[in-house]
Design a protein around this ligand. Structure first.
Ligand code: BG6
Length: 509
């Protein structure tokens, strides 16, 4: 690993939820794992009128509740939070940024930071274009003495146009290689393992194409609802919240060609080629291959769960989608004719994210399946979470007379790696930015291409009053129409259980 230089992390939106739950606990975990440099400081910036002490007290609670590590003692947390500072400003006033500059100057001298600063924007998106400008106004974006990097939280735009504008605005004040557009799915260990599974094993890659793969399924389903984020969600919906970013990023790792080298430039290049090959959605695709739904009130495990329209901050006649499924194609040599199905939704029966590679059935069916069902073909399941692991479903002879076939599991679970620490996504991503490695961050062009692909869906929903929105009871697997999207003689969604290798009758949700 590259050496981590002395530096400061400046968090805008420091009194917010993300800082409390994810950012500070992740940097603390880096501290305990000896990944922080000798000279380090964190400067929180926000509107809330905190002193350094108030900020430290609040962040200590966040660490206790959300650190990924077990058995931490209070003394370790106290040592860490002594490096936390806070400055209160009105982020919309350019003059206030001189306070940030002055505080950084002081910390720079005190901790020998070599003028290296990362600015993390964890604020409402409308500030993404303002903060860079005012930082620039104070000369804080220029890399004369140390490095200056900026991390932009999601959402990166809410349409193609806004993403293009945001890229343009950022590039007025930062160079592309200073900009780190975060997508926390890319920081997940299991998502990174996708490339390793594909490109470090000789057995998968020869099969990883249209000749052997029937279809690909990518799901990120959640049992929670909008959890008090109704106001945000109303203007987002699951398509903007999960599909355009997280799941298309995952799809690009499933579909990309092997990069020439395992570095940021080559990997990003291969991902871009996938985005450029996405088949644009036709009018027919929009009507038949894109399904949206919204959860309605229902009983889940004996409890009454309210419908989306009854959530706080949600309009009574809301048409925001909480479920989304679609079928699409990647028009290149490898994937020609192979459908990709992706889906995501809130208030589904369980929380699971996984990729299922469905291989074509064997060309001649010599043996009968034990239950008389049509042969399904092997499935390779790459489980992102929970019960992270890999599962291969393969046919086995049922012992005894005859040749009946039964599907069995060959599985690996990360939990079996007893002595391996699996970093939290934010921990990995923040460390990468500290080192200056943007492999796991989105490129500006990548963000625009994924928006370009999804924009016709937004236009269709906005302009066509007949574009359907299906209700589905909270706790169910979404609207029936989504099943019709995929179903045929030997195709159906996989209905995953919490545990990777549980199937059929024995399924904990
Ligand atoms: C976030 C979305 O980006 O990802 C949330 O805004 C969603 O709505 C979350 O719940 C899911 O992330 P994870 O890591 O729990 O799968």
């Amino acid at each position: 690993m590259k050496k981590v230089d002395n530096q400061a992390l400046v968090i805008f939106g420091a009194s917010g939820d993300l800082t409390y739950r994810k950012l500070i606990p992740s940097v603390f975990d880096l501290y305990i794992n000896d990944s922080l440099p000798e000279g380090y400081a964190i400067l929180g910036v926000g509107r809330t009128n905190f002193s350094d002490k108030d900020f430290r007290i609040k962040m200590k609670q966040g660490i206790v509740e959300f650190s990924n590590l077990k058995g931490i003692d209070s003394k370790q947390i106290d040592d860490f939070i002594s490096k936390l500072f806070y400055v209160s400003i009105d982020t919309k006033k350019s003059d206030d940024y001189s306070l940030v500059k002055a505080r950084l100057k002081e910390l720079n001298t005190k901790f020998n930071l070599n003028n290296n600063y990362i600015f993390y924007l964890s604020t409402p998106p409308e500030l993404y274009s303002i903060i860079p400008k005012y930082l620039y106004g104070q000369g804080l974006t220029l890399q004369h003495k140390g490095f200056r990097r900026i991390i932009i939280e999601k959402p990166f735009g809410n349409s193609l146009k806004s993403a293009q504008e945001l890229n343009k605005q950022l590039l007025d004040f930062f160079e592309e290689d200073q900009i780190y557009r975060i997508d926390h799915y890319l920081g997940k260990e299991t998502v990174q393992n996708l490339m390793v599974t594909r490109f470090s094993n000789g057995i998968f890659e020869p099969l990883w194409n249209r000749n052997y793969i029937q279809h690909v399924e990518i799901s990120a389903v959640e049992s929670i609802g909008v959890e008090g984020r109704g106001g945000y969600y109303e203007n987002a919906g699951v398509m903007r919240d999960m599909i355009q970013n997280h799941l298309l990023q995952v799809a690009s790792l499933v579909a990309m060609e092997p990069p020439a080298k395992a570095n940021a430039e080559e990997i990003r290049h291969e991902k871009l080629k996938v985005f450029r090959s996405l088949r644009p959605l036709s009018k027919d695709d929009l009507r038949s291959n894109v399904i949206r739904g919204q959860y309605t009130e229902s009983h889940v495990k004996g409890e009454l769960v309210k419908g989306y329209r009854d959530e706080d901050g949600v309009a009574k006649d809301s048409r925001t989608e909480t479920y989304f499924a679609m079928k699409f194609f990647i028009d290149n040599w490898r994937w020609s004719g192979v459908p990709f199905y992706i889906r995501s939704g809130k208030r589904l029966p369980t929380r699971v994210s996984e990729i299922v590679i469905h291989f074509k059935p064997s060309p001649a069916q010599l043996f009968k399946s034990i239950d008389g069902a049509v042969e399904q073909g092997n499935q390779l399941i790459l489980r992102i979470q929970p019960d992270e692991g890999i599962l291969l479903k393969t046919g086995l002879k049922v012992p005894g007379n005859g040749y009946e076939v039964k599907s069995v599991n060959v599985d690996f679970h990360y939990s079996d790696l007893k002595d391996h620490y699996i970093p939290e996504a934010y921990e990995r991503l923040i460390l990468d930015c500290m080192i200056g490695d943007n492999t796991l961050y989105m490129s500006g062009e990548g963000a625009e291409l994924t928006w370009e692909f999804m924009q016709p869906i937004l236009d269709y929903w906005e302009n066509d009053p007949d574009a359907p929105l299906y209700g589905y009871p909270a706790g169910s697997w979404g609207p029936d129409n989504a099943d019709e999207l995929i179903e045929s003689a030997n195709k159906t969604w996989r209905y995953p259980c919490k545990n990777l290798s549980d199937d059929g009758l024995y399924c904990e949700l």
